[in-house]
Design a protein around this ligand. Structure first.
Ligand code: ADP
Ligand code: MG
Length: 339
């Protein structure tokens, strides 16, 4: 449905999009995930026609969009600050795209009611936008973007302004809503939780380039690089030399499932760090112990090598200051290419 072919955008001091190739299929939800400044908003603006390309092409349903103005691309846009019109009521906001298309008053009213039901705000049409909570404004912005039945819905940090509980709830609602409507969605966010919960496919961006693309499970289980692993929140990433099924690391030799040989990096998931009696493993001092809801997360200072993040069950979690032994299980270790 959407295809970017070598899309490139250069600003005076940097290349914000560097020859990006990306496809989004009909009914697919793709989430672009990357740190601030990685080019996510520029990507959406380029697809929308708000940002001219310095190279490459944007195609929608096979048609090159160069020269096609924003309002003729058939896109629904919802940006970071949802930019509702403060002087219009909820219905006036949701009807905006329909008015632009010249829909009759009756059609507008019917569609507005339908969309407010859909986003969980039935009957909210006459309410003033300023009197809505952040979560309600977000829903209105979504209803407004969906009203003209866009062929592609684009969301820029859609839930960024909301508090965590609301965000987690809305993400689940959005996913089920997009599933029911069959909407094709391209969303961008810096929040991995949001991306992984929303997406059929996650595209990780770094400095204007695609660092990895795959299903949430793929990317989570097999990060393509140390950058992706660290961005996902994994901290135990170190250089290593691999020989057969053993990696030589700053923490000593650890077992690996095989793959890359020679120079590499290893990612040790917290679940791959096993706590043993002190004499049976790498001696580590417990620096911090954090309750996480489903487990306890430990920060360990090993006798050699950088700090280690581990996790264990509530029962028997060692206390701060205690010394434990650490072993590694190959199942919790992934090999990554050298930096
Ligand atoms: P993200 O949305 O991932 O935070 P952006 O796409 O907004 O990133 O920006 C990518 C890079 O391009 C950043 O370094 C940003 O400073 C730069 N940039 C974005 N828009 C402009 C602009 N209009 N003029 C100059 N530089 C820009
Ligand atoms: Mg942005």
């Amino acid at each position: 449905m959407l295809r970017l072919d070598g899309a490139t955008v250069r600003f005076a001091r940097r290349t914000a999009l560097d020859a990006v190739d990306l496809e989004v299929a009909d009914h697919e939800t793709v989430c672009v995930l990357g740190p601030s400044g990685s080019g996510k908003s520029t990507l959406l603006r380029a697809v929308a026609g708000l940002q001219p390309l310095d190279g490459g092409r944007v195609l929608l349903d096979g048609a090159d969009q160069s020269g096609v103005p924003v309002h003729q691309r058939g896109l629904g846009l919802m940006f970071q600050d949802h930019q509702l019109f403060p002087q219009r009521d909820v219905a006036g906001n949701v009807a905006f795209g329909l008015r632009m298309r010249g829909a009759s008053r009756g059609e507008q009213a019917e569609r507005v009611a339908e969309l407010l039901d859909l986003v969980g705000l039935p009957g909210a049409g006459p309410r003033a936008v300023a009197a809505l909570s952040g979560g309600e404004q977000q829903r209105v912005a979504l209803a407004r973007a969906l009203a003209p039945s866009p062929r592609l819905l684009m969301l820029d940090e859609p839930l960024g302004q909301l508090d965590r509980t609301l965000r987690e709830r809305l993400v689940v609602e959005l996913r089920s809503l997009f599933g029911r409507l069959g909407t094709t969605v391209l969303a961008v966010t810096h929040d991995q939780g949001e991306a992984f919960a929303l997406a059929d496919r996650v595209v990780v961006m770094r400095d204007g380039r695609i660092a990895q693309s795959g299903t949430p499970l793929d990317v989570w289980q097999h990060p393509a690089s140390a950058f992706v692993a660290r961005f996902l929140g994994f901290e135990n990433v170190v250089p290593a030399t691999v020989s057969g099924e053993t990696a030589d690391t700053p923490w000593g030799k650890i077992p690996v499932a095989g793959g890359i040989q020679g120079a590499a990096q290893v990612l040790v998931r917290p679940s791959g760090v096993r706590l043993l009696p002190e004499a049976d493993g790498l001696p580590c001092e417990v620096l911090a112990r954090t309750f996480r809801g489903s487990h306890v997360s430990l920060q360990l200072r090993p006798e050699v090598g950088p700090l280690l993040e581990a996790e264990c069950e509530f029962g028997g979690a060692p206390g701060v200051g205690e010394v434990v032994g650490v072993g590694f299980s190959a199942r919790g270790v992934a090999l990554l290419p050298p930096e």
